[in-house]
Design a protein around this ligand. Structure first.
Ligand SMILES: Nc1ncnc2c1ncn2[C@@H]1O[C@H](COP(=O)(O)OP(=O)(O)OP(=O)(O)O)[C@@H](O)[C@H]1O
Ligand SMILES: [Mg+2]
Length: 243
């Protein structure tokens, strides 16, 4: 994947981060970075802690120790809305749409923190990227197909003007042809300068679309490197690619 001509974001640095729920520790000393304009993949088995890590970055999971910095801004301990304002947005696992609201209402919800005047032009731009959503504009989100719902989830995040997009299990439950079209969409978003952290159980796809990747196993980063090398790594092949 080639780097975009302009990268708008800053470098995200997660340093020795530990976190969990109640007394149960899930993440142990996780360190990773995402440079401006990168697509980075995070792979790992069920329950490895991938969503917990995204939650800790976006402020919905409390960090026990360690830090998350975005450029010179410390995100650790900030409320989720402050992290959104900093330009770091998550597309959550399971999409979490407002099923009884329309596509339009869901998209507008994505801009609720914005005070600038560019919401309408952004909406137009995003609908230009996702013509299917224009056709479904007045439909209730809960009535859409899985692929369409995932498009709404991504579009809603775009309405928040991300510099860094954290995408959790985008392809789960979707047919390969839909996954391909969502990956093409991510590439278009990436070309506008947005950095992306992609969390995927579809490891092959995640490694193909990203330039670098991290492997998370039971809450610890056990391997990292250029995605092309990980695709060839015997350990990765055996554990995640089934070859
Ligand atoms: N809200 C929560 N409260 C308590 N425990 C949780 C919570 N969310 C996740 N966990 C636990 O934390 C561990 C890591 O879960 P997490 O969802 O981060 O893994 P994951 O790698 O995203 O898994 P999956 O591939 O299934 O999405 C699991 O043991 C899970 O049961
Ligand atoms: Mg998860």
């Amino acid at each position: 994947m080639s780097a975009p001509a302009v990268a708008t974001g800053r470098t995200l640095v997660v340093e020795a981060l530990s976190a969990g729920y109640g007394d149960t520790q899930v993440l142990w000393d996780v360190t990773l970075r995402i440079d401006p304009g990168e697509i980075v993949a995070l792979i790992g088995s069920n329950c490895a802690g991938k969503s917990t890590l995204l939650g800790a970055i976006s402020g919905v999971v409390k960090t026990w120790s360690g830090s998350v910095c975005y450029g010179d801004q410390t995100l650790t301990g900030l409320e989720p809305d402050r992290i959104v304002r900093a330009g770091v947005l998550q597309v959550p696992q399971g999409r979490r749409l407002f099923g009884s609201l329309t596509v339009e209402e869901n998209l507008r919800m994505g801009a609720y923190l914005r005070t600038d005047r560019d919401v309408e032009p952004d909406l137009e731009r995003i609908l230009g990227l996702l013509p299917r959503l224009r056709e479904r504009y007045d439909y209730l989100a809960g009535r859409l197909s899985g692929g369409e719902q995932q498009q709404v989830a991504i579009a809603r995040a775009l309405m928040g003007r991300p510099q860094l997009l954290l995408i959790d299990e985008m392809s789960l439950g979707l047919a390969p042809v839909l996954v391909d079209s969502l990956i093409a969409l991510l590439e278009q978003i990436h070309q506008t300068g947005v950095s992306i952290l992609i969390v995927e159980q579809d490891v092959q796809t995640a490694l193909e679309v990203s330039s670098r990747a991290y492997v998370l196993e039971t809450g610890r980063i056990t391997l990292s490197g250029p995605s092309a090398e990980l695709l060839d790594d015997p350990q990765v092949k055996k554990a995640y690619l089934g070859v």
